[in-house]
Design a protein around this ligand. Structure first.
Ligand SMILES: [Fe+2]
Length: 298
């Protein structure tokens, strides 16, 4: 057969749209999962184009935006990750991959500011090393699904300071490991963390993702929170946030991490300044998961 000859069976006989033609061509693709995902993307774009009357200018603008995102990346910056976060893709996947029973504390993304090796602290010790900020006593209880205290749970905590900066964002302005610590629960499943009130912080404002958020009328400010990673023998590791319920940005977290179960009240306390109490509920290893359909579109 001549190299330019196309077998008659391969010539589309109908006026099939590209997605349908692609489906036929991918029927015997060597990587079936990749083929299915690629086809779903093409089909989604087809639906988008039809439902929103996309123009050639729209496609050029999309390609230009994606090009800008790539050009904004460097060794110190990952604009693609920021885009995935800001569109909720990261949070959607995290919810799907870390399904837990309803009664368990929800898992969230760890974020970019976690550091291993935080100093060990005894219950009641402080993690604020520069004595700056509004004092806060955070009372952390760790329970199992039945409400029984979990002894020996390791609680790592990290947070931004009163200016909205993590210690590793401002190494010249904060002591190393400021506002980071590692505690262990006793038989009552409780530790007292002496710290300061964190302040919310904004996502980077100088790249194509922030420009997109601005065009959409969306904010870049994360509501104030403390972050935790809790490990205990026999339980699934829990990585999560606890948010200040009264923060003005509580309903507009650009990373979609806020959940009703992750809110705490920071209340005035005559002895401590502010006090917050939160109960972390761990799910045992091997706990039956919720069905995937609960998280579609979430
Ligand atoms: Fe954070």
């Amino acid at each position: 057969m001549n190299a330019c000859t196309v077998p008659a069976d391969d010539v589309p006989t109908g006026d099939l749209p590209p997605a349908a033609q692609l489906a036929a061509r991918l029927a015997s693709a060597p990587d079936a999962r990749l083929a299915a995902v690629a086809l779903a993307l093409v089909q989604a774009f087809s639906d988008l184009s039809r439902h929103h009357d996309l123009s050639r200018e729209d496609l050029r603008a999309l390609i230009g935006f994606l090009t800008e995102v790539g050009e904004a990346c460097s060794d110190q910056r990952q604009e693609w990750v920021l885009l995935a976060d800001a569109l909720g893709l990261s949070s959607t996947l995290e919810r799907q991959l870390s399904r837990r029973p309803d009664a368990a504390t929800p898992d969230t993304l760890a974020g970019p500011f976690y550091r291993p090796g935080a100093p060990r602290r005894k219950s009641g010790e402080a993690i604020c090393l520069d004595n700056r900020g509004e004092p806060l006593l955070f009372v952390a209880h760790v329970h199992d699904l039945d409400g029984t205290p979990v002894s020996g749970a390791r609680i790592e905590v990290w947070q931004a300071n009163g200016d909205g900066l993590y210690e590793n964002q401002a190494p010249d302005l904060q002591p190393e490991f400021n506002l980071r610590g590692c505690y262990q629960t006793g038989s009552d499943g409780t530790v007292l963390i002496r710290t300061i009130r964190p302040r919310g912080y904004a996502l980077p404002g100088d790249g194509p993702v922030s420009a997109l958020l601005a065009r959409l009328g969306l904010g870049r400010t994360r509501p104030a929170h403390l972050q935790f990673r809790i490990t205990a023998t026999g339980f699934q590791t829990l990585t999560t946030h606890v948010f200040d319920r009264d923060d003005p940005a509580i309903g507009s977290d650009p990373l979609f991490a806020v959940r009703p179960a992750l809110l705490a009240d920071f209340v005035p306390d005559s002895a401590e300044g502010l006090k917050a109490t939160y109960t972390f509920v761990l799910a045992p290893v091997g706990t039956a998961q919720k069905p995937t359909t609960d998280f579609i579109g979430g």
